[in-house]
Design a protein around this ligand. Structure first.
Ligand code: NAP
Length: 259
């Protein structure tokens, strides 16, 4: 299927690795030129080089913390008027409700709610003026099925989800869609770090920790960044203009709900 977005330009945040990289790769495979971002320059340049070589698209890189005002300003300056925005950043740390301070909440809200909102606020007006735009926010399965130890993430992502539900309806008349992708467990560095911690705590091998977690998923495996990227690219395609304000789970069936 031709997604009809060749020659468009996308900002993909936090995209040197993992799910963000999966989205960048899938968009590049459709001929979309990219602005890629991550904090660490080495892996970012490596990812950008690999994508240029594989897909022949233009890739601009900005090494910056997307959750910090200054970093965001650098990224937005390089991005200019993009047609597609994919928001992403690292998730807040796990913990216990009784330990979280106001500062912890402010940090989580800044990273996983106010950062994507600031990016949308900056980039939506030009998309609306041109009559076409796509925004995909990478959130989490925790939006539909809260994960108790990730209370900071549950809270921040719920706030973003509420914002998107309203705003998506306000920009839809201008040919701009906003949707959220909700990852369940995917095979990325983050999943690896969690599995290593479990393996260490329980005195089991890393493979065993992975196998046990995969057994909790009806698909009996972790999702792949490539699959996640393909879903993102479809949401950014010309075929997806009627998909507005949705929260789409990619979790191998792990969240047992009817809707
Ligand atoms: P990952 O494999 O650890 O990759 C994170 C990417 O984001 C890296 O490129 C990292 O590069 C970049 N990054 C992190 N913080 C950043 C910041 N402040 N500014 C700019 N770039 C930043 O993580 P992932 O698994 O793809 O997860 C992506 C998001 O999905 C996270 O919010 C995570 O909580 C959520 N999620 C993931 C899963 C899963 O199973 N993987 C499940 C549910 C939700 P630098 O470190 O160099 O900045």
């Amino acid at each position: 299927m031709d997604l009809g977005i060749s020659g468009r330009r996308a900002l993909v945040c936090a995209s040197s690795k993992g799910l963000g990289r999966g989205c960048a790769e899938a968009l590049a495979a459709e001929g979309v030129n990219l602005v890629m971002n991550a904090r660490t320059p080495g892996p970012l340049e490596e990812a950008a080089g690999a994508i240029r070589a594989a897909h022949g698209v233009d890739v601009v890189t900005v090494a910056a913390d997307i959750t910090a005002e200054e970093g965001r300003a650098d990224v937005l300056a390089a991005a200019g008027d993009v047609d597609i925005l994919v928001t992403n950043a690292g998730g807040p740390p796990p913990g216990m409700w009784s330990d979280w301070t106001r500062e912890d909440f402010i940090r989580a809200l800044d990273a996983n709610m106010l950062t994507p909102i600031a990016l949308m606020t900056a980039l939506l007006p030009a998309m609306m003026e041109r009559g076409w735009g796509r925004v995909v926010n990478i959130t989490s399965v925790a939006v539909k099925a809260p994960i108790p130890v990730l209370g900071l993430s549950n809270s921040a992502r719920a706030g973003l989800t509420g914002y998107v539900a309203g705003t998506a309806r306000q920009v839809a008349p201008f040919g701009v869609t906003i949707n959220n992708l909700l990852p369940g467990i995917h095979a990325t560095d983050r999943a690896d770090a969690l599995d290593r911690a479990v393996a260490e705590a329980e005195g089991i091998s890393l493979d065993e920790a992975r196998r046990r977690r995969a057994d909790t998923i009806p698909a009996r495996r972790y999702g792949l960044p490539e699959e996640f990227g393909a879903a993102c690219a479809f949401l950014c395609s010309r075929h997806a203009g009627f998909i507005v304000g949705q929260n789409i789970l990619l979790d191998g069936g792990a969240t047992c709900t009817t809707f």
